[in-house]
Every structure is written in C-alpha cells, then in structure tokens.
Design a protein around this ligand. Structure first.
Ligand SMILES: Cc1cc2nc3c(=O)[nH]c(=O)nc-3n(C[C@H](O)[C@H](O)[C@H](O)COP(=O)(O)OP(=O)(O)OC[C@H]3O[C@@H](n4cnc5c(N)ncnc54)[C@H](O)[C@@H]3O)c2cc1C
Length: 467
C-alpha cells in the first residue's frame, strides 16, 4: 500500500542498495503493524514481510533508523564476537530471557543478513563488530532493503494506543484519531533515551495501555554527577587510562578500608563481594565539568543509579591500581629522597597529569610549601591513601534523556521469550529496548533489538496469517 515511501529514503546510501530485492507480490495474509522504525522494528518488519505478511511500519519521525545512525559514534557497533554465555551475562540476570531469541537469530544470522544486503563487517577490540565501511548509514540502508521485501512505512505517524477487544489486538490508534486495523501488532518503539531520535518513552505508555507492567526506568550507560563537583571541574577533560573505579552503597565515611583488585559487575566472573561494594571496574575514565564519565563510569552507571534508590553511593578512584599501598609508599619514599628540596606539586607531577596536581595537593594533608625532606611518614601514608582511595559521593546519574540506554521497561515474565508475544494480549508482540533489557556497551544492545525484532516478526506473521 505505502510501499512507495521506501523510495524516499533510499538516498541514504544508494550505492549500497544495489542488492534490493525487487518488490514481489507475496501471498498477503493479514496485516501486521510495527510501531517504530528503529533497529527492532525494521528487523521485525523485514522478517514478517519476508514470510509474506502484509506489513506496515508506523514511524513517528520523518525518517526511520535515526538512533541507529548515531550508534557507535556513527559507526554502529552492531554486535559482539563474545561467546553466547558471555553475551547473555552482559545483560545481567535478565539476559536469560534472550536465550530463546538468540537461539533463533544470533550474531551469525545478523552478519549473514548484512552481507546479503552488501554490508561486510569487521571485528575490533573487545569483540566489537562494526560495518567495514564504518558507516552506520550502511546498516540502516541494509535494513531498509530487507524491509523492502514488501513492508510499507508510514513516516511522521505516531501511534497513540493499541486497540483490542476480548479476542486480542484489533489495530493501532494514531494520534490523529485514525484507526489502522491489524491482525497483529509489534511494539518496537524503543526506550526513553535520546528523545530527539524519536524514542521518547511512548513504548512504555503504549505497553501500559495494553495492560503490561512497566518496571521502573533507570538511565544506563550514562555519566555520573558528583556531589563534590569542584574537584571534577578542576580536572575537567582529564582522561585516565588505567584506573580502577569502585562503587560502594554508603556515604564516604562508611567506605570500608579495603583494596579491590578485581572487576566485579555484570559480565564479570568474580563472585559477589561483601556489602556495601556494588561494582568495580578497571579501565578508562574521564573527569567532566559535573563529575565523571568515560567507559568504566558508563559501565557501572546502571548499578549506581539503582543503588541510589536505597541511599548514598560513593565512588572510590584508585589512581595507581598496579601498585599496592606498600609499593606506592616505597616509590614515594625513593622519589622524595632523590629530590629532598622539591615541593609537593613538583613531586606529584611525576605521578599525575598536570591538571590533577593542584587539586590533589589541596586534598592532601601536607601543608603547601613543604619540601620532600620535611614530609613526615604519616603525611606520606596519607598521600598514598589519597592516590589509592580518591572518593566522591554520587549526586545523581545524568537523566534518562542523556543515557545511551534505558534500563527497566516491560516486565519480561509477561512476554513469551520464544515468540516475543504478550502473554496478556493476543496478537501483541514486543521487541527491542521497550523490554526490561539493557546491556553493557559492545554491540549487545543492538543484537538484542535485532534478535527480538526478528523473532517477533516471524511470530506475528504466523499469527496474522491465521486471522
Ligand atoms: C548515542 C547512542 C549510541 C549507541 N550506540 C550503540 C552501539 O554502538 N551498539 C549498540 O549495541 N547499542 C548502541 N546504542 C543503543 C541502541 O541504539 C538501542 O539499544 C537500540 O537502538 C534499541 O532499538 P529499538 O528498535 O528498540 O529502539 P530505537 O532504535 O530507539 O527505535 C524506536 C523507534 O520507534 C519510534 N517511535 C517511538 N514512539 C513511537 C510512536 N508512538 N509511534 C511511532 N513510532 C514511534 C522512534 O521514532 C524510533 O525510530 C546506542 C544508543 C545511543 C543513544
């Protein structure tokens, strides 16, 4: 019906659309409406159309795949080469839900599909898989080619409610009041993050209207605002490559005197550490004008956001994780002895980036102007403690709108993991970030959107055929 709309956005990468299947006239067997033309919705529509269903995607924005275009800084990290168990672990306990979908459509199937539409891929550090062209637009173009198996897209069209009767879904009510009848509806309207891309939380509202429980939403993969912003502001822009961040569920005064030398958090193998520790990660972090960001901060942000519901959270930064307190103390002792007339800032310059020297000197108990020769052992021990346990209380994560992913969402026990069908409403299927699923960075979130989308598309096509 609205197939012609597809032609309006083939300009995304015309050279990549050479392999577009000529529009066939498959056996039409009942309409499937897909709400949302993002990663999950495009995949769902492509699969349902491939199976011969009459499919219409409703997309509220002027173009589909807007979020996909900005993923991986425009390069789109589509999946990860991690083994299945590790892959599922990246989602935490809810990862188990994905086992069924991944069994049906996983990484190799996704890469085959991409190849079918002209997108070759490459594996990078950490198993991250990107299109070889480094262009997210190629991934979007490939999905649109897949959609062109027969699905139509209605752009600038916003779903307001999923209509149903006693038997199940009957259609989708648009915000204009118009009713689009359907035999099956796939809800793939995304989360609440980066609303300018179109995913502004409608999916949760639509799921609630349809009777589903929506678990509390939290920002995930997001920077953290610190209470003591002054230090972060002074160090703004400093990126530290090999540090350890440990989050504790308590205020600064209650942080236990312990050295952590292992990673703990989802996707890691270490056993649960003693309370009040929440997570610990080694790697790269960044000071910003409001607090901390960078890869390891983003990784622990979801757990921190949840823990803030129960009380204060303190982040401890170990600036010298490769050295024990004893070894670091011995190093300081050596350096102080080698330069007895140097003052503290000059001594710190050998250990820290320039921008951190003054803020750390201020936090230390050593009075300004003192030379290395006059620094007492006690003061030196205090400096060691500061460098190994630089601690700040977290005020809040940045809001959902600034998060890469929305944690929380539609309660998974209400969804059949083999088909993504709603257990509450016949003919309703859910896929992608609207579900209570979120993972670490690395391509896991997109694979989940693609896999749940594919499974939902297949099941919805079969269901609509029976209508
Ligand atoms: C900056 C950024 C970078 C990211 N990078 C990566 C990465 O490299 N790798 C990775 O795995 N993940 C990444 N993610 C996460 C990933 O993009 C999402 O998890 C994924 O896009 C979710 O897919 P989705 O289809 O569920 O939702 P979306 O892709 O958000 O699509 C939902 C669609 O539904 C539409 N919609 C919403 N409401 C309505 C309505 N009422 N009516 C009609 N249409 C509606 C929206 O306009 C949107 O097009 C990134 C996220 C961000 C914000």
């Amino acid at each position: 019906m609205c197939r012609y709309i597809f032609r309006h956005f083939t300009h995304l990468r015309k050279d990549n659309i050479k392999s577009v299947n000529p529009i066939q006239e498959p056996h039409r067997s009942g309409r499937v409406i897909v709400i949302g033309g993002g990663a999950a919705g495009l995949m769902a529509a492509g699969r349902a159309a491939e199976l011969g269903a009459d499919v219409t995607i409703i997309e509220r924005m002027e173009a589909p795949g807007k979020k996909l275009l900005i993923t991986g800084k425009g390069r789109c990290n589509i999946t990860n080469s991690a083994p299945l168990k590790e892959f599922l672990n990246a989602f935490g306990p809810n990862g188990r839900f994905l086992y069924g979908a991944f069994h049906r459509f996983f990484r190799d199937d996704l890469l085959d599909l991409m190849r079918r539409y002209g997108v070759e891929t490459e594996v990078e550090r950490g198993g991250r898989v990107f299109p070889a062209s480094d262009a997210a637009a190629d991934v979007v173009a490939a999905l649109l080619s897949y959609v062109n198996n027969g699905a139509a897209i209605k752009l600038n069209t916003r779903a307001a409610a999923i209509e149903h009767d006693d038997q199940g879904v009957t259609g989708v009510r648009l915000e204009t009041g118009e009713l689009l009848k359907a035999g099956a509806v796939i809800l793939a309207a995304g989360g609440s993050s980066f609303p300018a891309t179109g995913s502004a939380g409608d999916g949760f509202r639509l799921a609630r209207i349809a009777g589903h429980r929506v678990n509390k939403l939290y920002p995930a993969l997001v920077p953290l605002v610190l209470k003591e912003m002054g230090f972060a502001q002074a160090c703004q822009g400093v990126s530290l490559a090999n540090v350890r961040l440990t989050a504790f569920g308590c205020d600064r005064t209650a942080v236990p005197d312990m050295t952590i030398n292992y990673d703990y958090g989802r996707g890691t193998k270490h056993e649960k550490p003693p309370v009040p520790m929440i997570e610990s990660r080694f790697g790269e972090m960044l000071f910003t004008h409001f607090g901390i960001g960078g890869p390891i901060t983003l990784l622990m942000s979801q757990a921190v956001a949840r823990a803030l519901d129960d009380g204060p959270v303190t982040i401890v930064i170990d600036l010298k994780p490769a050295l024990t307190n004893k070894v670091l103390d011995a190093r300081l002792q050596r350096e102080f002895a080698a330069a007895p007339r140097r003052q503290l800032p000059a001594l710190l310059r050998q250990l820290l980036p320039e921008k951190m020297v003054e803020p750390i000197a201020i936090l230390s108990t050593i009075p300004p102007g003192r030379t290395a020769a006059t620094i007492t052992a006690e003061e030196r021990h205090g400096l060691v403690k500061l460098l190994k346990n630089l601690s700040f209380e977290v005020k809040t994560p940045l809001p959902l709108t600034a998060a890469m992913v929305t944690a929380g969402g539609v309660e998974l026990t209400e969804i059949d993991p083999r088909s993504m069908s709603s257990k509450l409403l016949n003919g309703l299927y859910l896929a992608g970030e609207v579900l209570d699923l979120d993972a670490d960075t690395g391509g896991y979130n997109l694979q989940a959107a693609f896999s749940t989308g594919w499974v939902a598309g297949e099941a919805a096509a079969a269901f609509a055929r029976q209508q």
